[in-house]
Unconditional design. Structure first.
Length: 471
């Protein structure tokens, strides 16, 4: 017997090597145990697509990051350029007020003498020739306009702003960019946005006055443009180079991850192939050796029961009955172990046979099978293996009285649901302690990039839901 088993094991190893090595793979492919190069090409295309998607996601995140950085930088540049332009305008206004206009502000100007005002106009003319200086006003401390290049405003009195007393006493200059607002700015409002500068000056007699000047906002825009041209190109190039420097390692990492996933899928596939082969071998050994020997023993016991001594017939019949029950059990185990020919039977018929075995245990079976099931052998095998493992768990562990199996499909996905009313379990607590079947189901589904969810509540039963995309 030992020598016979050794020769058979050697024959099985040669058979698996020859069948799996490529000499005749058709038989294995028909049973969903190995997959042809078309599947490998499909997986390779999918892996490439995943890498491309990962790279595109990285680039999209990089672009979003670039925009997120540039927006506050642009706001900062805009503010800095405005402050720089205002500072330059304040300096220019001080020069104009202190060295050009201030010495010309005498009592005659305060009195509204036209010749004195003409001298001030002549002093301002070179400053206003290029159009950058739009309007000039000189205010006394009581809100009277002592001078304006718009003659109709001279002598008018308006309320001074709240910051005026502080400015007249030597405080900080007042500068802002915007649309002029106020009764005294009717003429300036038509010019749009202007730069308004208010500085303290002294007239010819040393009295403090407010020198108000309006400038075209082109100076601010030019300053902003210059600063942006100085900063933005360097910043953008630096950020782009940083993204490119990160892109190559990201591509390499994505490829390594994909290679690892592909390797894991191959390992799972090889493990499943080996598992199915081992199930065949065990089923064949049970059928060819154990079952045959026990069947022969049952015939011997039957003959002994018929022709043996009468006082031993009852005991012989009882032994024969036990032996026949065990034979039926072994034949059922053999049938369950032997992998079906899925291509010949089809998924629905294979599932019906699984459900028949479940029904033989006394569990009430309900099923809804769909004719719209995948035609791809890989996905058919995955759905069958998950159903086989889940139903085996129902029979062995759940103590359920009813099990429902539903399979549905559309143009995109196929779903398989197996629900029982058994005792249930805690998936989070049970997974670390063994439950190899759960891990087998997850690994099997991951081969086709499907999803597996297991919902279970203690005392309420378990639901296994599988979704896989069509090829």
């Amino acid at each position: 017997m030992a020598e016979t088993r050794r020769r058979r094991d050697e024959h099985d190893r040669r058979w698996l090597r020859d069948r799996g090595g490529g000499h005749d793979r058709t038989w294995l492919r028909n049973r969903g145990w190995v997959h042809d190069r078309g599947w490998a090409r499909t997986r390779g295309t999918s892996d490439t697509s995943e890498v491309r998607s990962a790279v595109l996601r990285f680039l999209a995140i990089g672009v979003i990051t670039l925009v997120a950085v540039l927006i506050p930088v642009y706001a900062w540049i805009h503010g800095q350029a405005e402050q720089r332009a205002l500072s330059e305008a304040i300096l220019r206004t001080h020069q104009l007020a202190d060295f050009t206009v201030g010495p010309l502000l005498d009592r005659a100007v305060r009195a509204g003498d036209e010749s004195a005002i003409s001298r001030v106009n002549a002093g301002l003319k070179p400053w206003m020739a290029d159009g950058s200086l739009v309007r000039v006003k000189i205010w006394s401390g009581d809100g009277k306009i002592l001078y304006s290049d718009s003659a109709d405003l001279i002598g008018d009195t308006y309320p001074l702003p709240a910051w005026s007393p502080d400015l007249l006493s030597g405080g900080r200059e007042h500068a802002w960019l915007g649309q002029p607002i106020g009764l005294d700015t009717v003429n300036e409002a038509a010019a749009g946005e202007l730069v308004e500068i208010n500085v303290r000056a002294t007239d010819a007699e040393g009295w403090p006055v407010i020198f108000e000047a309006y400038y075209d906002d082109e100076a601010v825009q030019n300053a902003q443009s210059r600063l942006m041209l100085d900063v933005l190109p360097v910043l953008v190039v630096s950020l782009v180079l940083l993204q490119l420097a990160q892109l190559l390692p990201a591509i390499g990492l994505a490829r390594r991850i994909q290679a690892g996933q592909a390797s894991r899928r191959r390992l799972v596939q090889h493990a499943i192939v080996a598992s199915d082969f081992e199930r065949r071998r065990i089923a064949r050994e049970l059928h060819d050796e154990v079952i045959q020997d026990l069947a022969g023993l049952s015939y011997a016991l039957e003959a002994e029961e018929r022709h043996g001594a009468s006082e031993r017939r009852a005991l012989t019949g009882q032994a024969r009955g036990i032996l026949l029950r065990n034979l039926r059990t072994l034949r059922a185990i053999t049938t369950e172990l032997y992998p079906p020919d899925l291509e010949r039977l089809g998924l629905n018929e294979a599932l019906r046979r699984l459900l028949d075995h479940v029904a033989d245990t006394g569990i009430v079976v309900h099923s809804e099978l769909s004719p719209d099931v995948p035609s791809d052998k890989e996905r058919i095998a995955v759905l069958y293996r998950v159903a086989r493992e889940a139903l085996a768990n129902v029979v062995k562990h759940s103590r359920a009285s009813v099990v429902d199996l539903v399979i549905t499909g559309d143009a995109v996905t196929t779903s398989l649901s197996i629900r029982d009313n058994g005792r249930g379990f805690d998936p989070a607590a049970a997974a670390p302690g063994g439950h190899l079947g759960l891990r087998i189901m997850r690994d099997t589904v991951q081969m086709t990039e499907g999803s597996l969810s297991i919902t279970s509540v203690v005392g309420e039963g378990t639901t296994v839901l599988v979704r896989i995309r069509r090829a």
